[in-house]
Design a protein. Structure first.
Length: 374
């Protein structure tokens, strides 16, 4: 099956690397419609350095030790031949020379969504759909300690009971998800940089606060992220590799429905519907209008044939674990888990914060999927 991805809000999946103004220069670019864009040109600093003569190399190394070093101040006319890629800069607040930009994962300097990220999000949705009262009871009895912490060994055993067969020699060999093959997505050329803040729940209606390290200035603490921006379209391939003889030998025949495409689509639809409803309640409780409007529109785009999915940074506790289903079935158990997870007590909804882009007020990571046979 081919799966098409429509990006509904910025998606960030990090490469593990960060960079500052010592590796890029700010510039402007004009679109075909004549719109002027703020861009940054990411420079191949190693090759650029090798092109310098001896004295300039010494100057470069000396200036580089300054945390506020700006590559454009050092050389205003770096040839485009040293440019690795361009990024559209949509950050509301100017990016200072020493402020780090978190790089998105790329292949050949183009952004993509790894198959492992897609598959992990699908597995969370399937798990959510599969959970019932008895399984929640088992979690309460076998997985959650008295202090609310998760017993990782018992949690792994519990997950294995759902996705693996005891008939197989090892859990890895008998994992039904192993037979779900998900490719990396296609790629796009240019990332978009957003400054992302953390909006905090507040009981003072209309006075929601952004997380700030500086309590005096109350300036929000920002993260600058390279993202696949809203409106982009990508695609990937997905295959469930069903083989009757192999499944029967491994004792997986009774679990093959878990990776059936109809079950996967329904699971994503149901999981996203519950998550959106939770976010709507959160936005309404704390009077966050822009979030309520976003999720009200998002709710209308979710369907079984074209389900929504949340991927990458900003997914958080509820969209990557079974927390939302536990909350639905057993609020006391949910309270116990959240107390153990957060390490301190507060009266707000859990989790009490959301990652939001400064431009557009968008949460991260929402995509819509559509399937077609190939």
């Amino acid at each position: 099956m081919k799966c098409n991805i429509k990006v509904l809000s910025p998606v960030h999946i990090g490469s593990g690397e960060k960079y500052t103004a010592s590796e890029y220069v700010k510039s402007k670019a004009k679109t075909k419609k004549g719109t002027i864009l703020n861009i940054i040109k990411r420079i191949d600093v190693s090759n650029y350095f090798l092109s310098l003569d001896g004295d300039r190399k010494d100057d470069f190394l000396r200036d580089l030790s300054n945390p506020n070093f700006n590559l454009k101040d050092f050389d205003k006319k770096i040839p485009n031949s040293y440019m690795k890629y361009r990024a559209i800069n949509k950050s509301k607040k100017d990016i200072g020379p020493s402020q780090e930009i978190t790089e998105a994962i790329k292949t050949l300097n183009e952004l993509y969504i790894p198959g492992s990220s897609i598959k992990g999000a699908i597995k969370s949705a399937v798990l959510y759909h599969e959970l019932d009262d008895e399984m929640i009871l088992n979690i309460s009895r076998d997985v959650i300690r008295n202090n609310g912490r998760v017993d990782n060994r018992n949690y792994t055993r519990w997950i294995n009971d759902i996705f693996t067969s005891r008939k197989a020699p090892t859990p890895a060999q008998g994992d039904i998800m192993k037979f779900l093959q998900v490719s990396d997505s296609s790629s796009i050329k240019s990332p978009t940089i957003y400054d992302v803040a953390t909006v905090m729940a507040s009981f003072r209606r209309g006075h929601n606060e952004f997380y700030s390290r500086n309590k005096r200035s109350r300036e929000p603490t920002l993260s600058y992220l390279e993202c696949i921006t809203r409106g982009n379209s990508l695609s990937f391939e997905i295959n469930n590799n069903y083989d009757y003889e192999v499944f029967k030998r491994l004792g997986l025949d009774g679990k093959k429905y878990l990776i059936d495409f109809d079950n996967i689509k329904k699971s994503m639809f149901i999981f996203s519907k519950s998550l959106i409803n939770h976010e709507l309640e959160f936005a309404e409780d704390y009077n966050i209008d822009y979030l309520y409007k976003f999720y009200s529109k998002l709710e209308k785009q979710n369907s079984i044939e074209e389900p929504l999915l949340k991927i990458g940074a900003g997914s958080g506790f509820l969209s990557t674990t079974v927390g939302l289903k536990i909350k639905k079935y057993d609020e006391n158990l949910f309270d116990k888990i959240r107390d153990g997870t957060r390490g301190k007590t507060y009266d707000y909804s859990f989790p009490k914060s959301r990652k939001i882009t400064q431009v557009g007020g968008m949460p991260l990571g929402w995509v819509r999927l559509s399937f077609e046979e190939v």
